[in-house]
Write a protein that binds this ligand. Structure first.
Ligand code: HEC
Ligand code: HEC
Length: 337
């Protein structure tokens, strides 16, 4: 009698455990997704996200078409968390299971496509190997463009080496846990290929320097107008690369004459042949990370307030932003007092 009384609660407890075990799969299984939420997630960032590779309407581009394919949550989830090929892997912090369920509902609400769409970034004719690798083989170019402009700028600002680059590619989410770029697999994008990409961007194209420029105009009571240009190397102090061989010019407004100009590196006023306008020109040999250069140009005359614009070009560390066009430049739009 005593035994039975004990046995009942034990059996009851086991039945409850068994019931929970039966329920568990439904607790863990696919969340219910809605196409509208999936569409919103898909379009959340107009660039630098899934759609750079899979097309704006999931019609396919560098990556396969996803529209109307009837993919299940499990299939999509596997492809996103543990990609088969070169696609980077995304963590739950970047793309939740709910986001995946929503995207699947969205893809499956779309019509099938007959042909995938064009690549967002195509390989330019005659592209060197390094450029083909970064566009075709690794897919970086679908988000970062055909010369990796923004990673090159970040790398120059850090004075980065290959170790920096590699970590940001293979372990991207340790630096950017909620970033839009996933983690590339070393098995699919080998270190050798990544090194060839690094050599191409850091040596053939050259790293870039993050800069900040401002142009201001101030009118004085004596009728003169002073235009002041500042150029800052925004790299990390002591680490970022220096800019070298810098050419600075500011427009001298028509019907005005120069009263004074910053003297360091001043080359005087020159005629800018294409427009026939006068420009004040300076040369600077070097600007290190966190240093600022300031140039002022004070003019007088009837046209003094008409405004000035500026043009800054430097030849290193960037060899090419666009292959074949030397150095890098910034044009600063016209300002008036
Ligand atoms: C760099 C380009 C690229 C990016 C970015 C990318 N994908 Fe992919 N995706 C691919 C490629 C290429 C494949 C083919 C298999 C592979 O390489 O893993 C693929 C495969 C897939 C598949 C499987 C398709 C099938 O037929 O089974 C899904 C689902 C998918 N991607 C969803 C996404 C989502 C969602 C995102 C954004 C979070 C994303 N992808 C970002 C390139 C990309
Ligand atoms: C899905 C679009 C996408 C793809 C594909 C992609 N990136 Fe990125 N990458 C980004 C975004 C967006 C950032 C900024 C941080 C973030 O949001 O994750 C970034 C940041 C970086 C950074 C850090 C420096 C910086 O600019 O902040 C490096 C280096 C980088 N990417 C290199 C690469 C390389 C190399 C590849 C190809 C192997 C690649 N990326 C592929 C979108 C992408």
């Amino acid at each position: 009698m005593k035994r039975m009384l004990i046995a009942v609660p034990i059996l009851g407890g086991m039945a409850l455990v068994f019931l929970l075990f039966l329920m568990a799969p439904s607790v863990n299984s696919a969340p219910i997704g809605t196409a509208a939420a999936g569409k919103a997630f898909w379009g959340k960032f107009t660039s630098l996200w899934c759609l750079s590779c899979h097309g704006v309407n999931a019609e396919g581009a560098y990556g396969p078409d996803l529209a109307g394919r009837g993919l299940s949550f499990e299939q999509a989830s596997r492809a996103i968390r543990k990609p088969w090929g070169v696609m980077p892997a995304y963590t739950t912090q970047q793309v939740s299971d709910q986001d995946i369920a929503d995207m699947v509902a969205y893809f499956n609400s779309l019509p099938k496509v007959a042909e995938p769409g064009p690549w967002r970034t195509t390989v330019p004719a005659g592209a060197p190997l390094g450029q083909r690798l970064l566009i075709e083989t690794a897919g970086c170019g679908q988000c970062h463009g055909d010369v990796l402009g923004s990673p090159r700028r970040a790398a120059g600002g850090e004075g980065a080496d290959f170790a920096w680059f590699e970590e940001l590619v293979y372990e991207h989410t340790s630096e950017f846990p909620t970033g839009r770029m996933g983690n590339f697999s070393k098995a699919r994008l080998t270190e050798e290929t990544l090194r060839a990409i690094w050599n191409y961007i850091s040596q053939e194209l050259g790293l870039r320097v993050p800069t900040a420029t401002t142009l201001k105009a101030t009118a004085a009571s004596d009728g003169t107008v002073t235009y002041a240009l500042t150029l800052k190397n925004n790299g990390i102090a002591g680490k970022g690369l220096a800019m070298g061989n810098i050419y600075i010019s500011m427009l001298v407004p028509a019907d005005s004459s120069v009263v004074s100009a910053s003297t360091f590196g001043y080359q005087g006023v020159q005629r800018f042949a294409p427009t026939g306008a006068d420009i004040a020109v300076w040369l600077a040999p070097r600007l290190a990370a966190q240093e600022t250069l300031t140039y002022t140009l004070t003019v007088k005359g009837t046209g003094a307030s008409a405004g000035s614009n500026a043009f800054v070009r430097w030849l290193s560390p960037t060899r090419f932003v666009t292959p074949g066009v030397a150095g890098e430049f910034i044009e600063i739009a016209r300002v008036r007092p």
